[in-house]
Design a protein around this ligand. Structure first.
Ligand code: ADP
Ligand code: MG
Length: 248
C-alpha cells in the first residue's frame, strides 16, 4: 500500500512505477482507492502498450470499506503483488481497514516544509493507531522530488531519522516521471534508459524483498510459538494428573 495523508507527494507516481518494476517478473494487480482514479487512468493508457496488469479497484460506490471481502473473491491466486494507491486525507477508520490487509506500507514524502509537517502528523497518527500496533506493517519512506544539497533535503533527512523509520531511497526531481506517466509507462519502460532513476527503484525492490523475508520469518516464529503453546497445553491436560491425584 502506498499512503500519505498529504496530497501531491508522489503516491500515484510511486504506485505506477512500483507496478511497472514488479511486473517485470511477477503478476501484479492495482487497487486504486483514490476517487480521482489517476492510477486507473494511467493503467488504461498502459493497457494499449502492455496489457499485463489487472485493475482490481472497487467501483466508486463500493469504497475502501468493501476492499477486503471483494479482494478475497476476485483476485486470482496467480497475482503475486497487489499495489494499492490511496487518496489524500486518508485517516481512521479507512486507514485502519487498509492496515488489516496491507503487508507493506510505502510513504512517499516530499521535502517542502508543508509536506514535512503534514507527513509528521500522518506518521504520528499511524504509530498510535491501534490496528497498526496490533499488526505492524513494514513501513518504509521514499523521499521524493529530492534536490540533494538543499536545506529542505537536510531538514527532511533529520526529521525522518528522528522518527527512526527506514528511508528506502530518494527519488530525483525529474521530468522523466512526468513523461513516463503521460505515456502510461514506468521509468523503466522508457525508450531511453534512465539508469540513475532505475537504480533507485532497484533499491526499493530489494527493500521489499527483504521486508517480505522478515515478514515470513516473523510469521513462522509466531506459528511456532502458537503450536508450541497449543502442544504444551495438550501435554499438560493429558499427562499431568490433577493436583488431588498427586496428593493421593
Ligand atoms: N520525482 C518526481 N519528479 C518530478 N515530478 C514528480 C515526481 N514525483 C511526482 N511528481 C509529479 O508531482 C505531481 C504529484 O505527484 P503524484 O504522484 O500525483 O502525487 P499524489 O498521488 O501523492 O497526489 C504529479 O504531477 C507528478 O507527476
Ligand atoms: Mg494520487
Amino acid at each position: 500500500m502506498v499512503a500519505n495523508a498529504k496530497g501531491g507527494v508522489g503516491k500515484t507516481t510511486v504506485t505506477t512505477n512500483l507496478i511497472t518494476h514488479l511486473s517485470e517478473q511477477h503478476s501484479v494487480g492495482l487497487i486504486d482507492l483514490d476517487p480521482q482514479h489517476s492510477a486507473s487512468y494511467w493503467l488504461q493508457m498502459r493497457d494499449e502498450i502492455k496489457p499485463t496488469v489487472t485493475n482490481y479497484s472497487p467501483k466508486s460506490n463500493e469504497g475502501a470499506n468493501h476492499t477486503r471481502s471483494w479482494m478475497k473473491h476476485k483476485v486470482g491466486r496467480e497475482v503475486r503483488y497487489l499495489v494499492c494507491d490511496t487518496p489524500a486525507g486518508l485517516q481512521s477508520p479507512d486507514l485502519d481497514r487498509l492496515l488489516v490487509d496491507a503487508d507493506i506500507l510505502l510513504i512517499p514524502v516530499a521535502p517542502s516544509q508543508i509536506d514535512i509537517h503534514a507527513t509528521a502528523g500522518f506518521v504520528q497518527q499511524l504509530l498510535l493507531n491501534p490496528q497498526y500496533r496490533a499488526k505492524p506493517v513494514r513501513l518504509g519512506v521514499i523521499m521524493n522530488r529530492v534536490k540533494r544539497n538543499t536545506l529542505s533535503f537536510q531538514k527532511l533527512t533529520r526529521f525522518l531519522s528522528s522518527l527512526k523509520i527506514p528511508v528506502i531511497t530518494a527519488l530525483r526531481d525529474t521530468q522523466n516521471y512526468l513523461k513516463a506517466v503521460e505515456e502510461g509507462r514506468g521509468i523503466n519502460e522508457m525508450t531511453k534508459r534512465y539508469d540513475s532513476d532505475i537504480a533507485d527503484w532497484q533499491r526499493i525492490l530489494a527493500w521489499i524483498n527483504k521486508a517480505e523475508r522478515q515478514q515470513a520469518v516473523a510469521m513462522e516464529r509466531k506459528q511456532a510459538r502458537e503450536t508450541l503453546a497449543q502442544g504444551s497445553e495438550q501435554l499438560l491436560s493429558k499427562n499431568i494428573p490433577p493436583a488431588e491425584a498427586v496428593k493421593d
